[in-house]
Design a protein around this ligand. Sequence first.
Ligand SMILES: [Zn+2]
Length: 197
Amino acid sequence: MSARPNQPHRSRWLLLTLLIAAAGPAAAGADHDHGDHDHHHGHRQHDAHVHGVAALNIAVDGDLLLVELDTPAANIVGFEHPPRNEAERTAIAEARGRLADGAALFMTNAGAECVQMSHQVRLDLGSPGDHAHTDGEIHADAHGEWAFTCAKPAALSQLDVRLFEVFPGKDKLRVQLITPSGQRGAELTPDSHRLDL
Ligand SMILES: [Zn+2]
């Protein structure tokens, strides 16, 4: 039901980050493309800021399911500048609310009995005046982490990623998946958004 304090899970997130990093260049999005909105901003290659594309890391570890999302903010709220009016402030607040409900974004098969334990969402577009860029280009990223615990982890077989439906405007999710059976990459699209775990 309600989220419990998530302090004990920070070490899990560190573990996930280390696992992804250890997987090397093949896992780091070596196939990343150069769309016309490709902005590197000093990011490592696997989180290059490309509108329409987002990165998802998923780890299954015992009864824990961890999901981590990195995305241009444009994919979530449709813009990346500091909010200029009430409608834009509302859009950001609503997006934060939708991001908080991990169970609606990442649906596991019912038999696994997974529930969201904790989440952390960062969607900060700043305040007007923060971004005095001379080139007129303003970009911002969003980040989310969700932890689920599954009463029947052995039954966990599928994850339906609903990000495309909840936040239209994405074309592609690049996924890194770590399960007890190994690590692999996957690509999800609006027409193909279910992962076999
Ligand atoms: Zn951008």
